[in-house]
Design a protein around this ligand. Structure first.
Ligand SMILES: C[S@@+](CC[C@H](N)C(=O)[O-])C[C@H]1O[C@@H](n2cnc3c(N)ncnc32)[C@H](O)[C@@H]1O
Length: 286
């Protein structure tokens, strides 16, 4: 089933304006199935019927919401890019003991594997070298759908098998009732234990909107999200993350992302085989 090119252009423009996610015409093959799915969800018999309707009556707030949500790519897994978590472990060891509360932000947390992986990294590092401090993680995303899943902290066997070592699964997750939605599938779900989830707070944040936090962060993870944004948006978001970092706070990007051409306000610090970014001290004015 084909989607009219004008319809794809219209939706691509609306998605870019709201979320910054850019679908070029070369990538319309990725957008097309999403529009077909949406037309079914909205109760139209075909994408053409949806397009006809959109030209007469613009989308309702609820329909826009579902459109923007469906445009996001939510790929994630536990301990995605293991070396990054080795670096985070080193960062916790380096600065963790100096602070009463280590303040962390997972700025595009998707379904939550990233923030739970960070919580486990912190707790493991605390087990190795006992310290009194605690951690507080803000986990945010633009999508209500992924945030609802992340805040449940409940994962299927398949999701757990993607990156969560069995010993950490037994230590920090407990088996919970099978998923009632998956008829006939009695496979176990693994739910994060209280110790892991109690210091994680979930919030909807569009990184392109003005956001205000009540405090600054020691570590910000902003991974695999800016890759979909244009340079202007990248610069804007990175500048605001910089402003919201504690002095010498750390920023961690995805493996295919860098600050080259975006910001020169961070020191590049090699750690455990990856590069992390540290807020550079302002040069002394003579
Ligand atoms: C590919 S996932 C990355 C998840 C995780 N950070 C990781 O690296 O595994 C990208 C996430 O960014 C979110 N996202 C996309 N645009 C966003 C925006 N403008 N503001 C906040 N989150 C956004 C998506 O909803 C999606 O869950």
């Amino acid at each position: 089933m084909d989607v009219n090119i004008e319809c794809l252009r219209y939706f691509a423009k609306a998605i870019e304006a709201e979320t910054g996610i850019f679908y070029s015409e070369a990538n319309f093959y990725q957008l097309s199935p999403r529009i077909i799915e949406l037309s079914k969800t909205f109760g139209f018999e075909s994408p053409d019927a949806l397009w006809e309707n959109v030209q007469k009556n613009s989308l309702s707030a609820e329909q826009k919401h579902l459109l923007f949500d469906s445009a996001t790519n939510n790929e994630t897994s536990f301990f995605r890019d293991k070396k990054v978590f080795d670096a985070i472990h080193d960062i916790f060891n380096a600065i963790g003991r100096e602070k009463e509360t280590l303040k962390i932000w997972s700025a595009a947390c998707s379904t939550g594997q990233e923030c739970y992986s960070m919580a486990m990294t912190f707790l493991e590092s605390r087990d190795e070298r006992p310290m009194k401090n605690i951690f507080s993680i803000l986990a945010s995303d633009i999508s209500d759908r992924v945030l609802a899943k992340a805040s449940k902290g409940q994962y299927s066997e398949l999701e757990v098998q993607r990156g969560l070592p069995p010993e950490l699964r037994s230590k920090y997750f407990e088996p919970s009732a099978p998923n009632p939605a998956s008829l006939g599938d009695s496979s176990i779900l693994w739910k994060a234990k209280k110790e892991l989830s109690e210091n994680i707070h979930f919030k909807k944040i569009n990184l392109l909107d003005p956001w205000v936090h009540s405090h600054k962060f020691d570590v910000v993870l902003c991974r695999n999200v800016l890759i979909y944004q244009n340079t202007e948006n990248k610069k804007k978001v990175i500048q605001r993350i910089f402003d919201n970092l504690e002095p010498s706070g750390y920023l961690i990007l995805g493996g295919a992302e860098s600050l080259s051409g975006i910001s020169d306000q961070f020191d590049h610090v090699p750690m455990s085989g990856v590069v992390v970014y540290r807020k550079a001290a302002k040069p002394d004015v003579a």
